[in-house]
Structure formats: structure tokens, C-alpha cells
Design a binder for this molecule. Structure first.
Ligand code: ADP
Ligand code: MG
Length: 698
């Protein structure tokens, strides 16, 4: 039997394959490109392309594609076969360096938010050699960045790579000040924990809401939900276990480090976590993971729901972005060190993150904004929409002691001056098991928990890297000119704590009292919905920071603003239309049928025995008829709201209209329909219920 190490990464053109298939000199040039960002010359590109093609063909591939991440949030590919006609009528398999390095997909149908006039259809894809090529569905996939004719980024990868560069640049300045001469670069790493639901495919097919929108728009609560906590970490059911085994195998073949799997809190909910990797690779891998999750599900007669809130009344799905910074020499900059100097360095990087999160709460919040995630945040199952940082009591005490020059008990009651005293070893175990914090320090990394399950992790990491780069820049600017480094460092840390301690909160983030304190006393932002959050992207301070670090141009920022709001509006519009359709064509007719059968029974009964009781029938007929009227009225109201929304041309106004008018009307319709479901006989209900879906996979 083949063991995992035998087939791990067998579909990836990774370092092992490169070494085996490339000449030493070509391999060395390619390595320099990967490690140091040097450009490749033509001969090398041709040699690499040739080797990649041979390897891909040996492994069953017939096509190649530039694989990229347009602003739709999913990945895109356009397949070309390797075939090329030979003079004798046969074909040969060909692939050139030019085809490897650059592609020209028709870009006109990808969202660009006004970056590219539709008549200018050209877009370019450019090879990202830092992320390995791989084979999927008999196609060699080449990870690429995607930009317009004018050079603006039309994707999520380009700004992500830029943000990693920005952070690297500023972190290196700080590391120099601490005398780290051997470090060549700093990279950010991410381990994204991915939550998802599995439902039976046959049931899924019967529900238009799931098919069109990925979530249920109707559905009364089943008698049992997640209240017994009997699903979390529970025994995995055989069908799910078979799915997970298959999924792991597919991911391992693609070199994805799938590591942990377990049942989540809600029935039918599960989680998969990989071992962390460099941010752009982790991002690529998370996109592939989501895709493979859905594909493997189909093979098992299942559907994998990645929506943030597929079911009302039970937990939705999120994605935890575990983030850290490390040097190429293997030092995690968020690990407390052994010596005073290392600890001072650790504290400075820690402070940089605290300052970044406080200064750019809005950017972090909007990086996870979507119609689906709006249902989760603040719903007592996921962090609130207010961003705060959890540090744990011990670390918080250390910072308080530094701020007030007070003795810290952990350091033998001495006044803590940085660079003089060794910090206590804090750690890991004493920190977080607080699951309610949006941004928690977990010993040697930060875990950002606001992401929705369907989100690409690119957006969050762009903003996080950018904000931390900005903190580090301001620190480096001050410290590089300082006369006395140690005093300047001490003052800087002290000042950061003083200025930004409002963002530190170790209590229960689900508590209403916290939201009140956060907004009223601490002045933190509470951007509850996507239309609340997005406009802050255009705030001067945000535009200035993002452009100064060359992460986005102004035009790119505006395009992201438009695209995100457009996506929000379109998503809810589709949901609204689906509700109208289901209520009108399925739910109301089903209830009417039931009413008519009860009415028939009522007449039959009345004509059978003199004075017979028809109380039940009368009550049911009255109740159901009132509900039918309510449903009918709510459908009409929603329809009108959607018509009105469709006349609004300004995207900001349109999104506000969706939030203030369309969504509330969807909610009214849902309440009436869900109530009808609870009193309609089961056999009349037109599609599988919550009970069927949530407990249907054995
Ligand atoms: P949890 O208790 O949240 O499940 P784990 O310790 O299991 O936490 O880690 C969750 C994720 O964090 C995994 O994907 C893991 O690889 C990742 N992770 C661990 N260390 C780091 C690090 N230094 N940087 C980034 N991610 C990390
Ligand atoms: Mg976690």
C-alpha cells in the first residue's frame, strides 16, 4: 500500500521535481528567482517550461492554464492544450517559456470596478514562481497574478505579494536596529482553519435557495439544534469519515498540508486545518482546498456548503487566520525570547501589531465584509463586528507594568526597564482559550477570527500586513535617528501601550456590555454591516497608508470599494428574487393545498354527523389563511423593494437600500413562511426541512 509520504505532493512541480528535471544552472537561476525575486531570462524560462510540460504530460496532463484569483473571490482558469500540429499530420506536445511567464486571458468579464473600460478587454496574467505549479483535472495549473493593460492589479494575489514586500521592508529595518545582521528577509505565515457544512446532495437539489445562494432562506428551527453540544469534536459519522479520508488524499497529492479535522459545533458542521505556510502559498492552498472540498463532496453524494451562514439558528462557518512573522533564519518574531534584548524585540513587534489593529480596525473589519458574513459577526457565535485584541492576563500585566514604570511581580518585583530585565516566560498555555475575541494572541501568533468561511484569506492578510508595515515604519523612522537606542525603545513601547491600550480586551466579546463599553467609553468602531464598513476604505488615512506602501493605487482602492459593494448588492438581490420565487411558486401553493384539503375534510365532516366538532379544522383554516395572506403581502412588498433597488444607480446608495429596505423585507417574509412550516403537515412541505438537512448525513 502506498503511504502518505509516497504520494504527498505527487501532483506538484516542487523543489524535488525541479532538482530532478532541470539542469543545475537552470535550477539555480530559477531558485534565485523564487528566493530573491530576480527576473528570469528567456532561455531559462524556456527550459523550465519544457521540463514542466514533460513532467505534466508524464503525469497525465493534456492542458495548461494560468491559474489566478480575480476579484470575484474564487479562482479562474482558461485551459489550453499542449498540442501543436506536426508536419506529418500528427501532434506534438509543446509549451514555451513565453506561455509560462505571461498569459492574455480575455479580461472583460471579470469584475474590475471601473479599472478597465469594457472595450479594453486585455488583461495579463504573470507567473508567480514563488507558488509551485500543480496538476488538477489533467491540467497543469500555473499560479499567476492578474493585471490590466495599464498595470493595475485585477486580482487578490498582486496586492497580497506587495503587502508581504512592504512588511518585509519595514521589519528588516527594525531587525537591523537590533543587530540581526544574518537575516535576509521576513515572511508572514498563515494557517487558515476552514469550517464547512456537509449536506446530502439529493436534498440540496430540492432547495432552490441552496442551489442559487448557498444558504437556506427559509426553514423553521428543528426540535433539536446544537444545544446539547453533542456534535463538537464528536465521533465522525462513516459517510463523513469517508469524505474526509478522500479529501485528505486529494489535498496531500497537491502538496497541501491538511492536518487537523473534526466535527464543529453545529450539526453537519466540520473543520479542516492545514499546517501553516507562507502567506501567498497559504492563500493559494486555501483556494484550492475550498475547491477540492466541493469536488470530493460531489463524489460522495454530498454538497459542501462554504457559506458563512447556511442555516439560521445554528452556528455559521468562519475561517481563523493564524498569522505570524518569521525571519528566513527561522525566528518567529512573535515568540517571546530568551534574553532581554530578544524580549525587547518581541515586545516591539507585539506593539506594532497592537498599534496596527487599533489604527486600522476599519480595514480589518472591511477585509471580511460580505453579505454572508454580516449574518455571523455579532450573532453570539462569532466575534462581534467590533475589533479588539486579546492578549491574556499575563501579557497584559507586563504591558501595564511597562506603561506605568511599575514593578511587575513576575519579574521579582523590580521596575521593568527594557533591555535590562528578562521578561518572565509567558505562555501559550496561560493565554487564550477565549474564543470570543476577534484578534487573539495565542502564544506565538495572532488568530484573526472574523473571516467568513467563503472569504479568500488574501484580503485580510493584505490589510494586516499593510497595517503592521505602517507601525513598523513609524517605529523604524523614530529609532533609526535615536541618540540612545534603549531609552528611545523603552519610550516607544510605553507610548504605544498608552496610546493603544483601548484596543486590548480580555473579556467576553459576546457580551452586550462589551459593545457598549467599546463604542461609548473606548471609542472603538462598530461597523455592523458591509455598507457600514466599506466606506471607511476611502478614508484619507487609509488611502494614504495603502498607497504609501504601494499596496494599492488610488484607482485600485476605488475598484475594490465598488466591487465589494456590488457583490454585496447582487448577492442579496439574488437572495430576494429566490425568496419571491420559492414563496410564490412553492410555499404558498403548498400551504394552499393543505388548506384546501382541510376545507374538504371540514365540509365532509360537517355533512357526516349532526353536531360533530369541527373546531380543529376551523382553527387551522383561520390560522393558515391569515398566514397565506401575510406571506402573499410580504412577497409583494419584497418584490416592490427589489424593483426600487434596481432603479438606484449609485452603488453606495444601492447598498444602503439593500441594508435598510430589502433585507428587513426578506426577514418579514421568512418569519411568515417559517411559521406556516411549523403548522403545515409534513407531507405538504415542498422541500427538505432543517431537520432533514442538518441530520440527514449518516
Ligand atoms: P487551535 O487551538 O485554534 O486549533 P492550533 O495550535 O491547532 O490552534 O493551530 C491552528 C492553526 O494555526 C494551524 O493551522 C497551525 O498550523 C497554525 N499555526 C501554528 N503556529 C503558527 C505560526 N507560528 N504562524 C502561523 N500559523 C500557525
Ligand atoms: Mg483556532
Amino acid at each position: 500500500m502506498k503511504t502518505v509520504p509516497d504520494y504527498f505532493g505527487c501532483l506538484v512541480f516542487d523543489d524535488r521535481v525541479m532538482k530532478a528535471k532541470l539542469s543545475t544552472s537552470v535550477y539555480r537561476s530559477l531558485k534565485r528567482t523564487i528566493d530573491e525575486g530576480r527576473s528570469l531570462n528567456n532561455d531559462v524560462a524556456n527550459a523550465v517550461a519544457e521540463a514542466m510540460k514533460d513532467w505534466a504530460v508524464e503525469n497525465g496532463a493534456t492542458h495548461f492554464t494560468h491559474w489566478f484569483q480575480p476579484l470575484t473571490g474564487i479562482t479562474a482558469e482558461k485551459h489550453d492544450s499542449f498540442i501543436s500540429p506536426a508536419p506529418d499530420g500528427r501532434v506534438i506536445m509543446e509549451f514555451s517559456g513565453k506561455e509560462l511567464i505571461k498569459g492574455e486571458p480575455d479580461a472583460s468579464s471579470f469584475p474590475s470596478g471601473g479599472l478597465r473600460a469594457t472595450f479594453e478587454a486585455r488583461g495579463y496574467t504573470a507567473w508567480d514562481p514563488t507558488s509551485y505549479a500543480f496538476i488538477k483535472d489533467k491540467t497543469l495549473c500555473i499560479p499567476t497574478a492578474f493585471c490590466s493593460y495599464g498595470g493595475e492589479a485585477l486580482d487578490k494575489k498582486t496586492p497580497l505579494l506587495r503587502s508581504m514586500q512592504a512588511l518585509n521592508k519595514q521589519a528588516m529595518r527594525i531587525l537591523k536596529l537590533f543587530g540581526n545582521e544574518d537575516v535576509k528577509c521576513v515572511r508572514t505565515s498563515v494557517g487558515p482553519e476552514q469550517e464547512y457544512f456537509l449536506v446530502d446532495k439529493e436534498m440540496y437539489e430540492q432547495r432552490k435557495d441552496l442551489r442559487f445562494t448557498g444558504r437556506t432562506l427559509f426553514g423553521a428551527k428543528p426540535p433539536k439544534g446544537q444545544e446539547l453540544d453533542d456534535h463538537y469534536f464528536g465521533v465522525i459519522k462513516p459517510r463523513v469519515a469517508a469524505y474526509m479520508a478522500d479529501l485528505n488524499e486529494e489535498l496531500w497529492k497537491l502538496g497541501i498540508l491538511a492536518k487537523t479535522e473534526h466535527n464543529e459545533v453545529a450539526p453537519a458542521q466540520h473543520e479542516l486545518a492545514p499546517i501553516y505556510s507562507t502567506t501567498n502559498i497559504a492563500t493559494d492552498h486555501n483556494q484550492i482546498t475550498m475547491e477540492i472540498m466541493q469536488k470530493v463532496a460531489a463524489k460522495h453524494g454530498l454538497v459542501c456548503l462554504l457559506h458563512e451562514k447556511p442555516f439560521a439558528g445554528v452556528n455559521g462557518s468562519g475561517k481563523h487566520n493564524n498569522w505570524s512573522m518569521a525571519t528566513d533564519t527561522g525566528v518567529n518574531l512573535l515568540t517571546p525570547g530568551e534574553t532581554p534584548y530578544e524580549n525587547a524585540q518581541f515586545l516591539l513587534f507585539l506593539c506594532a501589531v497592537i498599534k496596527a489593529v487599533d489604527d486600522y480596525q476599519d480595514l480589518l473589519r472591511l477585509s471580511v465584509a460580505s453579505a454572508g458574513n454580516d449574518h455571523r459577526l455579532g450573532a453570539n457565535e462569532a466575534p462581534p463586528a467590533v475589533v479588539s485584541v486579546f492578549l491574556g492576563d499575563e501579557l497584559t500585566e507586563v504591558l501595564e507594568a511597562i506603561e506605568s514604570d511599575a514593578p511587575y511581580s513576575g519579574a521579582e518585583k523590580t521596575v521593568m526597564k527594557l533591555g535590562v530585565h528578562v521578561l518572565p516566560k509567558f505562555f501559550r498555555d496561560t493565554t487564550d482559550r477565549n474564543r470570543t475575541s476577534p484578534f487573539a494572541f495565542t502564544g506565538n501568533k495572532f488568530e484573526f477570527r472574523m473571516l467568513g468561511s467563503a472569504n479568500s484569506i488574501a484580503c485580510t492578510n493584505i490589510m494586516l500586513n499593510a497595517a503592521v508595515a505602517e507601525s513598523l515604519k513609524s517605529y523604524a523612522d523614530r529609532l533609526e535617528g535615536a541618540e540612545d537606542f534603549e531609552t528611545a525603545l523603552h519610550d516607544l513601547i510605553k507610548k504605544t501601550i498608552k496610546d493603544h491600550k483601548r484596543i486590548i480586551f480580555n473579556g467576553n466579546g459576546y457580551d452586550d456590555a462589551w459593545i457598549k463599553e467599546a463604542t461609548e467609553e473606548r471609542g472603538l468602531l462598530n461597523l455592523r454591516t458591509t455598507p457600514d464598513a466599506l466606506p471607511t476604505l476611502l478614508d484619507k488615512k487609509n488611502v494614504e497608508m495603502l498607497t504609501a506602501h504601494k499596496i494599492f493605487s488610488e484607482a485600485e482602492i476605488e475598484s475594490r470599494y465598488e466591487i465589494t459593494l456590488e457583490n454585496y448588492c447582487k448577492t442579496v438581490n439574488i437572495e430576494g428574487l429566490t425568496m419571491v420565487d420559492m414563496a410564490r411558486k412553492e410555499i404558498i401553493p403548498a400551504v394552499e393545498k393543505y388548506v384546501s384539503d382541510i376545507a374538504t375534510a371540514y365540509s365532509a365532516k360537517k355533512n357526516s354527523v349532526a353536531g360533530i366538532s369541527v373546531k380543529y379544522e376551523e382553527e387551522m383554516l383561520k390560522k393558515l389563511s391569515v398566514l397565506v395572506d401575510e406571506m402573499d403581502a410580504a412577497v409583494k412588498e419584497l418584490e416592490l423593494a427589489l424593483v426600487k433597488y434596481n432603479t438606484i444607480t449609485d452603488i453606495t446608495e444601492a447598498s444602503e437600500d439593500i441594508r435598510d429596505d430589502v433585507l428587513p423585507k426578506m426577514s418579514v417574509l421568512r418569519i411568515a413562511c417559517d411559521e406556516a412550516e411549523t403548522i403545515t403537515a409534513e407531507e405538504y412541505w415542498p422541500f427538505p426541512t432543517y431537520g432533514d438537512l442538518l441530520f440527514g448525513v449518516k
